[in-house]
Every structure is written in structure tokens, then in C-alpha cells.
Design a protein around this ligand. Structure first.
Ligand SMILES: NC(=O)C1=CN([C@@H]2O[C@H](COP(=O)(O)OP(=O)(O)OC[C@H]3O[C@@H](n4cnc5c(N)ncnc54)[C@H](OP(=O)(O)O)[C@@H]3O)[C@@H](O)[C@H]2O)C=CC1
Ligand SMILES: O=C(O)C(=O)CO
Length: 315
């Protein structure tokens, strides 16, 4: 069975072993593939693995031999699922491999906004503490999380772990999800209440037609002027120009983002020059531990498919 990995570099830049997948067939590995390279590279393959390569209907139409797409990620918004269904291509994703890592990064972003450890450290190393008249000083207001309300949009594998950390910080957790059901210690609320009541709004839902640009001018206007938006989900969950304006005009106080609408971003992305905005380059998933699990689970997905009992099929 010919297996083509179209964008393998970010999963395994050299610190992991492809062995779990190599055991399952004849594997061709590409670090990255440009859109115009996909069809030629995947031609004749029954299996392709992609992380962020976009497999549109137009591309899938040109791959008649393809039987299986293994997404080496949780989010699968880069695949045209309806187009894959027509010829019966099975698409699988990998759930929960990085939930702890993403929840950790969510708080890394939040703490970087409310404590500014890096900014203060840079100031100390620039000599400002040595020159200070007082034993302490701060360069930006510091905020205690205990007692604050965090509003989660999405309460699945990642949102649930974020909730546990928030509770450990003494925060009140409110949440909105697609299929609301009671969860101990968390108040389920409407989307409107998330925006109105939260000191921190954190996005943990998939990117779909229903969630695209859920952070927009109208919803930002409902938020407290002291509120923070966190996004470790997908960039297009946010209307970026609206968020940049809101940060500039003090409509909200800050944003911590691990994802942007285009990755890598274009130089003119308005968030790159927005105030009180912390951005990391889509690293939430990328701990060694999570990538190692991802490799193993992606191979297990393919193995189950090859045995005729596919698991983690997305629809
Ligand atoms: N930055 C990074 O490195 C990573 C980012 N991600 C992103 O995080 C997302 C979430 O991952 P994960 O928690 O594992 O996924 P899950 O499928 O476990 O959870 C998704 C949650 O989103 C909710 N949801 C779905 N549609 C809507 C909607 N229209 N409105 C509100 N809530 C909705 C679901 O609701 P319900 O449970 O009621 O159905 C569920 O609670 C992924 O889709 C991916 O895009 C994932 C991994 C790494
Ligand atoms: O797993 C995911 O959804 C990620 O974004 C990491 O590739």
C-alpha cells in the first residue's frame, strides 16, 4: 500500500521516528507540499497523511485511487469532507492527543497577558530594576485570576482541561457548547452570556460554518472593556480586523492567540501591529509528548482502516 505524507515536517522535524507508519506500507515523506505539488505527489497513493495541507474537492477529484486520508491533527477543517464522501474516501483525525498541551498553552497565553513575566524579565535585564528607586515596579497592570470568570466556547477534550486548570486558579467557569449538558462545577450558558459575563473568553470549538468569525465586532461590543480573548482553536474563528480595532480602541483589554487566519501570516495581518496582543506560531499542540502520541495514534487509525474497521472517522 502506497502511503504519502504530504506535510510531515511539523509532526516530525527529526526528533521522532516514522516507524509506526512505515510498518504499515511503502511510505513517501514530504516535509511540506505546495498546492501545485499535491496531485503529482499523491498520485497512485491509496493513503495520504496531511496535517494542514488543504485537500479541496478539486484536488480529490484528481486522485481517483485515494481511499484514506489520515489527518495528523484534531482539527480537520482543511479537508473537504463532503467531496471525500462521494468516492467513499475515509477521513480520520486524531482526538485528544494534545489536550493537556493545548490547555497548558492557553494558560501560557493568559498568564503572559495578566502577569507579563517576559516583559518584566526583559526590563530587569535591560537594567531597569537596578536603576529603580523602589524594591519593585511594574510596567503593566497585574491582574489576579482568582475570582474572575472564564467563558469557554467549546467544552470538548481541550475545553474540559482548560476548565480544570481555571478551577484550580480559583476562576468561575461558564461554557457554551453545541450540545449543552450539565457538567459539575461549570455553568452552561448562552453564547450571549459568554460574551457579557466573561473576564476571559477562550475558544475551543472546531472551525465550521457555524463558528467562523464567532469573535466579531458585534460580539466584541458585548464584552467587558477589561476582557481578554484567547484563541488556541483556529484563526478564522476570529474576524481579525474587528479584533485589531477592538484592541486599538480599548473595546477589550487583550488577546492571546496561537492561531491566525493564514499560517504563516501575511505581513499586513492587522493583529501583528495590534496593542496588548500576544501571538504564538501555532505551537499549542507541538510538545514532544503530544507529537509522539500523535504519531502513534495516526498509525493506529491507519492500521484499523487497513483491517477493515476504521476508527476516528470524521463526518
Ligand atoms: N492550536 C493547536 O495546536 C490545536 C488546536 N486544536 C483546535 O481545537 C479544536 C477543539 O479541539 P478538541 O477540544 O479536541 O475538540 P472536541 O471535538 O473534543 O471539542 C469541540 C467542542 O466544540 C463544541 N462545538 C462544536 N461546534 C460548536 C458550535 N457551533 N458552537 C459552540 N461549540 C461548538 C463541541 O460541542 P459539543 O461537545 O456539545 O458537541 C465540543 O464541546 C479543534 O477542532 C482544533 O481546531 C486542536 C489541537 C491543537
Ligand atoms: O491538532 C490540531 O488540530 C492542530 O492544530 C495541530 O496540528
Amino acid at each position: 500500500m502506497k502511503i504519502v505524507i504530504l506535510d510531515g515536517y511539523t509532526l516530525n522535524p527529526g526528533d521522532l521516528d516514522w516507524a509506526p507508519i512505515k510498518m504499515l506500507g511503502e511510505v513517501e515523506i514530504y516535509d511540506r507540499s505546495k498546492p501545485e505539488e499535491i496531485v503529482e505527489r499523491a498520485a497512485g497513493a491509496e493513503v495520504v497523511f496531511v496535517n494542514k495541507v488543504v485537500l479541496s474537492g478539486a484536488i480529490l477529484d484528481q486522485l481517483p485511487g485515494l481511499k484514506y486520508i489520515g489527518v495528523t491533527a484534531t482539527g480537520f477543517n482543511n479537508i473537504d469532507i463532503e467531496a471525500a464522501k462521494k468516492p467513499g474516501i475515509i477521513v480520520t483525525n486524531v482526538r485528544a492527543y494534545s489536550s493537556a498541551s493545548v490547555a497548558q498553552q492557553t494558560f501560557a497565553l493568559l498568564l503572559s497577558l495578566v502577569n507579563r513575566a517576559e516583559m518584566h524579565s526583559q526590563s530587569v535585564f535591560a537594567g531597569e530594576w537596578a536603576a529603580s528607586a523602589d524594591f519593585c515596579y511594574w510596567k503593566s497592570p497585574l491582574t489576579e485570576l482568582a475570582g474572575k470568570t472564564i467563558g469557554l466556547i467549546g467544552l470538548g477534550d481541550i475545553g474540559s482541561q482548560v476548565a480544570q486548570i481555571a478551577i484550580a486558579f480559583g476562576m468561575k467557569v461558564i461554557a457554551y457548547r453545541k450540545h449543552p449538558k450539565p457538567v459539575e462545577g461549570i455553568e452552561m450558558v448562552s453564547l450571549d452570556e459568554i460574551f457579557k459575563r466573561s473576564d476571559v473568553v477562550s475558544l475551543h470549538c472546531p472551525l465550521t460554518d457555524g463558528t467562523k468569525e464567532i469573535i466579531n465586532k458585534d460580539n466584541l461590543a458585548k464584552m467587558k472593556s477589561t476582557a481578554i480573548v484567547l484563541n488556541t482553536g483556529r484563526g478564522p474563528l476570529i474576524h481579525e480586523a474587528d479584533l485589531a480595532e477592538a484592541l486599538k480602541n480599548g473595546v477589550i483589554a487583550g488577546a492571546g492567540l496561537d492561531v491566525l487566519s493564514a499560517e504563516p501570516p501575511k505581513g499586513d495581518n492587522p493583529l501583528l501591529s495590534a496593542p496588548n496582543c500576544v501571538i504564538t506560531p501555532h505551537v499549542a499542540w507541538a510538545t514532544f509528548e503530544a507529537r509522539k502520541r500523535l504519531m502513534q495514534l495516526a498509525a493506529e487509525n491507519l492500521s484499523a482502516f487497513m483491517k477493515g474497521n476504521p476508527i476516528n472517522v470524521v463526518s
